[in-house]
Design a protein around this ligand. Structure first.
Ligand SMILES: Cc1ncc(COP(=O)(O)O)c(C=O)c1O
Length: 377
């Protein structure tokens, strides 16, 4: 939803070209909602969702920790006021020199999903804490994270045993149930797997203490999504089921759920046309597309709410496309998007729920278009 602050900002400043406006009040309220819903879990904001310095500083002030995917993100979190103890290097794919650099900066918590990564950490960040990521099937997620990260739980046992043998602190298990996860029960299977790894290692004398529950908490796009409390309750029940009275320390890494609904993109209609006189669907071309920040429309996965000044008028489905000379730059074609018939060149539109995974997904200068500008208010 475009908040009044965002609407006032756009009305006063009238920025030219497509831009994202993020309302920090919404970020703060999302942070507080997570804190209430999962009071026993530490929050590690996934910096990749939106690394704007104002967002990181606000979250650092509110007491958030940070999940970072690279040394650059570690440096951003530090610059925003986080201490190294509040930073997790959560990417399972790291250059050894980046592990060393993060370690020099004071970071001591790292993700792994194989013995090879454990060996790098043992060499470059001796004594660090590591957690091993296990695979999930991503069912129920609109933006699944596939098989790229994680290993099967049986392998996680070997990975953490190796970490222990190499002098690292085998700390726990992590997983990610897939982004925009609309099923509140999706954490159950992964927590069952985590419980098994905890018990298997405990029999070998290695006591794990941490479960990293990852992200996945959704933003409301066109459909309602469960509340943070509903996720909190379901996760707590699953922890009880699989860990009994020995519930481990837990952390969550919300990205989309923290900032998605805090941002709105203002865009402009550049062209409305048809491909033939009998064409059923109009083509509406915007000044923003897949390369300008709307990458998550890939495979039409994320369907953003679009608001126009003519929404009280009759609508018809349109193919929605971006402005570049690349035929991949089409957002919605398989399922055309209903927009007002009277929509015309020069009309401004608002694309809501765009606070996450937009600015950093914009190309630098594809076709000469500048990266998506962002204002944080
Ligand atoms: C390790 C890790 N944690 C957290 C997140 C954030 O996920 P989400 O935006 O679904 O909350 C991601 C997203 O890719 C991730 O890779």
């Amino acid at each position: 939803m475009a908040t009044q602050r965002i609407l006032d900002f756009l009305a006063d400043r009238r920025p030219d070209g497509p831009c994202l406006v993020v309302d920090l009040d919404v970020v703060e309220s999302n942070f507080n909602a997570f804190r209430r819903a999962l009071p026993d879990s530490a929050i590690y904001y996934a910096v990749k969702a939106n690394p704007a310095p104002e967002i990181l500083s606000l979250l650092a002030r509110l007491g958030s920790n940070f999940d970072c995917a690279s040394v650059a993100e570690v440096e951003m979190a530090l610059a925003a006021g986080a201490t190294p103890a509040r930073i997790s290097y959560g990417n399972t794919i790291k250059k050894e020199r980046d592990i060393a650099r993060a370690s020099q900066l004071g970071v001591s918590l790292f993700a792994v999903d194989c013995v090879e990564e454990v060996e790098k950490i043992a060499r470059s960040a001796p004594g660090a804490r590591v957690f091993c990521r296990v695979l999930t099937d991503g069912a129920g997620a609109e933006w699944p994270l596939s098989r790229k990260f994680g290993c099967v739980p049986e392998m996680a046992i070997d990975v953490l045993e190796t970490a222990h043998a190499l002098g690292l602190k085998a700390t726990g298990i992590s997983f990610h149930v897939g982004s925009q996860q609309t099923n509140t029960e999706a954490w159950d299977q992964a927590l069952a797997d985590a419980g098994r790894v905890f018990r298997a290692l405990s029999e070998k004398g290695i006591v794990l203490t941490l479960v990293n529950l990852g992200g996945g908490f959704p933003t409301r796009y066109l459909k309602d999504v469960p509340t943070a409390e509903a996720y909190g309750r379901s996760i707590f029940d699953a922890l009880r089921r699989h860990f009994g009275n020995c519930i481990p320390e837990t952390i969550i890494e919300p990205g989309r759920g923290m900032v998605g609904d805090a941002g709105v993109i203002k865009a402009e209609v550049v062209l409305v046309s048809k491909k033939s006189v009998s064409d059923e669907n109009r083509w509406v071309y915007l000044d923003i597309g897949k390369f300008g920040g709307l990458a998550e429309t890939m495979d039409e996965a994320i369907r953003y709410p679009i608001v126009t000044g003519r929404d009280h008028e009759e609508k018809q489905p349109c193919v929605l496309a971006g402005p570049t000379c690349d035929s991949a730059d089409v957002m919605y074609e398989k399922t055309p998007y209903p927009l007002p018939i009277s929509l015309t060149v020069g009309d401004e539109i608002l694309i809501e729920g765009t606070g996450a995974y937009t600015t950093t997904y914009a190309s630098v200068a594809f076709n000469g278009f500048e990266p998506l500008r962002s204002y944080v208010i």
